[in-house]
Design a protein around this ligand. Structure first.
Ligand code: AMP
Ligand code: MN
Ligand code: MN
Ligand code: MN
Length: 277
């Protein structure tokens, strides 16, 4: 089964509009696809229409930003009711925080010599303050030749300890999981191998997520190595979790994995789509 349950469009920090993104997914062979923009649902209607016209099964999704022990953690919600009031309100609160954070990021980047950065990042984000991600700032800075790639801008400017980094309080883990469940969706811990913590803290996060009713984790993602596929496959087995896979595609030349090209899940795992198929 060819599926991809994690990717981004111009409704958040992806480089491609939802319809173009879906066309690329279909061309790459995806049969089942979700769009999971950061704290945003605005791309879903157009993505669904395009995906279905192209013969793919479309799943409504979102990637919710969460603060957990001072770290940013991402929870993907899949197969949810995108009109659910509490979900829509919760995401809107996260997005307002994003707009406020963008102003602070911009001020800090101006201090290290990036001119008119807010205005230009905003152009990258369709003029929407509430969807401004660090990725948009990074693209402006690549254009300015502050670094050779988005990845390098993150390393040198946008991560903890670097001049453009801003600590931010997103939704709590329990809230995000509750919004997803309230909207009838499945909560998936996104790219667990990407969080900067030790093995004990990782176990605490997974236990807390499972305790809140979280049912799945991403095993296969553009953020994981093959070794990590094995590690998270074992975690699925020991916690009786469902497994998800997604490219986390943002754009050509920016992402390790192309949309629709996520490798199959390791054998023996229960795929997350069993929960709604
Ligand atoms: P934000 O939600 O605005 O804090 O931005 C998080 C987004 O930045 C992630 O979803 C990725 O798209 C991107 N990102 C985070 N870390 C990196 C990195 N090291 N290299 C490239 N992109 C990154
Ligand atoms: Mn992103
Ligand atoms: Mn993420
Ligand atoms: Mn993502």
């Amino acid at each position: 089964m060819l599926f991809d349950f994690h990717c981004h469009s111009t409704a958040s920090d992806g480089a491609l509009a939802p319809d173009i993104l879906m066309a690329r997914a279909a061309r790459n062979g995806a049969r089942h696809i979700a769009l999971t923009d950061h704290d945003q649902l605005a791309g879903l209607a157009q993505a669904r229409q395009s995906a279905e016209q192209l013969g793919m099964q479309f799943v409504d999704g979102v990637e919710i930003s969460v603060s957990w022990r001072g770290m940013s953690v991402h929870i993907v919600g899949l197969n949810l009711d995108i009109h659910n009031t509490a979900l829509v309100q919760g995401l809107s609160d996260n997005a307002s925080g994003r707009a406020k954070r963008a102003v602070i990021i911009a001020n800090q980047l101006e201090e290290v010599g990036v001119r008119n950065v807010l205005e230009r990042a905003l152009t990258e984000a369709n003029g929407r303050m509430d969807l401004l991600a660090r990725t948009h700032f990074a693209r402006v800075m690549v254009a300015d030749k502050k670094a050779i790639s988005v990845r390098h801008v993150f390393q040198n400017y946008l991560t903890e300890g670097k001049p453009g980094f801003v600590a931010h309080e997103w939704a709590a883990l329990a809230q995000a999981v509750e919004w997803i469940h309230g909207a009838g969706g499945v909560a998936v811990l996104a790219h667990p191998g990407r969080y900067p913590h030790d093995a004990d803290s990782e176990m605490d996060l997974i236990r807390e997520f499972v305790g809140l009713g979280g049912q799945a984790i991403e095993v296969v993602t553009g953020s994981h190595s093959k070794k990590q596929y094995k590690h998270y496959a074992q975690i699925c087995e020991s916690f009786d979790l469902y497994a998800s896979a997604g490219s986390d595609f943002h754009g050509v030349g920016e992402s390790k994995m192309d949309i629709g090209r996520a490798p199959a899940l390791p054998t023996g795992l229960r795929p997350v789509w069993n929960l709604w198929n």
